[in-house]
Design a protein around this ligand. Sequence first.
Ligand SMILES: *[C@@H]1O[C@H](CO)[C@@H](O)[C@H](O)[C@H]1NC(C)=O
Ligand SMILES: *[C@@H]1O[C@H](CO)[C@@H](O)[C@H](O)[C@H]1NC(C)=O
Ligand SMILES: *[C@@H]1O[C@H](CO)[C@@H](O)[C@H](O)[C@H]1NC(C)=O
Ligand SMILES: *[C@@H]1O[C@H](CO)[C@@H](O)[C@H](O)[C@H]1NC(C)=O
Ligand SMILES: *[C@@H]1O[C@H](CO)[C@@H](O)[C@H](O)[C@H]1NC(C)=O
Ligand SMILES: *[C@@H]1O[C@H](CO)[C@@H](O)[C@H](O)[C@H]1NC(C)=O
Length: 183
Amino acid sequence: MTTLMGKSCCMLFFVLLLTSSIFLGHSKKLNQNEPCNRLKLFYHDTMFNGTNVSNATAATVANATKLGNFNFGMLVVFDDPMTVDNHFVSSPVARAQGFYFYDMKTTYNAWFAYTLVFNSTKYNGTINIMGADIMGEETRDLSVVGGTGDFFMARGIATFRTDTFEGADYFRLEMDIKLYECY
Ligand SMILES: *[C@@H]1O[C@H](CO)[C@@H](O)[C@H](O)[C@H]1NC(C)=O
Ligand SMILES: *[C@@H]1O[C@H](CO)[C@@H](O)[C@H](O)[C@H]1NC(C)=O
Ligand SMILES: *[C@@H]1O[C@H](CO)[C@@H](O)[C@H](O)[C@H]1NC(C)=O
Ligand SMILES: *[C@@H]1O[C@H](CO)[C@@H](O)[C@H](O)[C@H]1NC(C)=O
Ligand SMILES: *[C@@H]1O[C@H](CO)[C@@H](O)[C@H](O)[C@H]1NC(C)=O
Ligand SMILES: *[C@@H]1O[C@H](CO)[C@@H](O)[C@H](O)[C@H]1NC(C)=O
């Protein structure tokens, strides 16, 4: 009898422990509308066209294939300025360094992986971002997968919106970066 009591006591304790850990897990729910840090920046992508060395900041390193008509396989490497407003001549607050490639046969679609490098008195550190840029959508959410320095262990969402598109030469994206983990 006593051993049975002991056993069921033990069971109860275990069940309590389990439910409380599940409960604690749920209590860590994040609110999308309450980021712990938020930066809205503009990304300027000026393509190198073969002669325009002085102000190009991105270049095609692998050409599009003939699979479809939407640049499938084209890879672009960039070191682009990031500004707080959408003026090309505003002084950059960070640089976006990384690449994108087109990865869809039936429409324009790209995949981005890059680092925002901050090196100023306001922010010093990096934010790493990657994900699909589904260009047909008005806004696209990419993942903030990590950070360093002032953005140590950051995680969140970077929402893209195309601000302007000037053919193959230049395009500008608004990047609304919302962090939900800040340390
Ligand atoms: C590159 O752009 C410059 C300036 O817009 C233009 O003068 C030049 O002809 C272009 N080169 C090519 C190869 O398209
Ligand atoms: C190329 O560079 C020239 C000179 O810096 C500039 O006037 C022109 O707008 C640029 N063109 C493109 C397509 O970036
Ligand atoms: C290239 O740089 C020049 C100034 O050097 C600027 O007027 C022009 O708008 C730039 N080109 C693009 C496509 O932003
Ligand atoms: C891509 O193709 C164009 C012409 O179609 C050519 O001028 C250019 O050199 C090629 N670029 C690379 C990186 O192969
Ligand atoms: C960062 O800024 C410092 C001070 O202005 C400068 O010495 C350093 O070269 C910069 N580093 C990079 C990677 O731009
Ligand atoms: C940013 O941090 C790095 C490494 O700690 C340091 O070398 C650099 O000088 C800092 N830059 C600025 C502008 O404070």
